[in-house]
Design a protein around this ligand. Sequence first.
Ligand code: SF4
Length: 441
Amino acid sequence: MSAPAPVTVALATLGCKLNQVETQEVQTLLEAGGYRAVPFDGPAQVYVINTCTVTGKADFSDRQMIRRAIARNPRALVVVTGCYAQTDPEAVARIPGVDLIVGNQEKYRLVELLDSFTKRREPAVRVGDISMAREVPAVPVTNLSGRSRAFVKIQDGCQHRCAFCIVPYARGPSRSQEPKRVVDQIHQLVESGYREVVLTGVDMGHYGWDLAPRTTLAALLRLILAEVAGLGRLRLSSILPAYFTPELTEVITASPTVAPHLHIPLQSGSDRILRLMRRPYNTRIYRSLLEKLAEAIPDLGLGTDLIVGFPGENAAEFQATCDLIQALPFSYLHVFSYSDRKGTEATRLPGHLPPQLIAQRSKILRQLGRTKSLAFRQRLVGRPGEVVVLESRDRATGFLVGLTGNYVEVLFDGPDSLMREFVTVAVTGVDGGLTWGALAT
Ligand code: SF4
């Protein structure tokens, strides 16, 4: 008698890179548990939706994705996990067709939860108290080759309490992965052929404070650079300004392996709004840090996050944000329209702005972002630089896509054999949001 066919599972991710890493980890665990992963847009016996809840819009997208899975196969088992499931399991449970709601820590036990699961009329909720989480689960890395860039989760959770942010409720206190585990994982990734590794976390600058012995992000970077031979490029994701100690700045600026790209969230250019937001810096600190970094790192790709329309933001305060953005050497902006997140301090603040005004201000900042990006990319024209070639071509043009160290995607002509390689490309021109290049000979 032949063995029964493995149960098919389709996974979808919403939100940040960290969530993408976690979906990948959950998939690895499910495959090790005998499930077969299939594309999300086709039929499957189990659907897993790993949700995000950073804004009201994210919740909306989560619900759309959940409904899409239910419509695709009404007999399938529908599992909802991630930050929306963690913070508002009741809202998820109200969606007809959801079977199992799983918290951010519990998703690492999904195989066991599925094994003991029987479909009922009401959804089962397996969401624990995330404030008790103390570890970053480590999932063995397998089946990794075939891609150019890998994301490695070194930290989870956040110990800050920014007034607008629901993330600490979704992800719990700050906790770090052991340095040795991080190094081992990067070793394996490099051996599997990955060219670029991106370190990720919720509050990555806080790395190591909870470990015994205590350590720092700077020390971890030094260790990776010293221990992992053959690592092409190491990129850092978002870091708060306060974490840029002289030691961290030194390791970032001194190593040619660390990508010249930093993402340093600002949120507002008004000190009063930053105080209301409970952000741990002011515009003077922010400005002087960025000026110092831009001076130390040539052609630094510099990104930031901005929240538009925080309660009480007046016209002058919004203008202060625009002026600060204008004055600093950003290469791209991530603009978020403020939306109330359940249970956060900002929901109780006076002076909520009408949605039309928030939309209008967001549009102005997004336009400023496009202008800054264009100016940054224009400066690169005529100059050769090393790019890692991504594993798929640009859909619209059919060209290869090379990612520069300073985080610009350059489109250029070349054979498939260059995919996942480092090559030198000269930027030949920019055209709106696109950047064109040619292989340097
Ligand atoms: S630093 Fe603030 S905005 Fe960032 S995750 Fe922590 S609480 Fe949220």
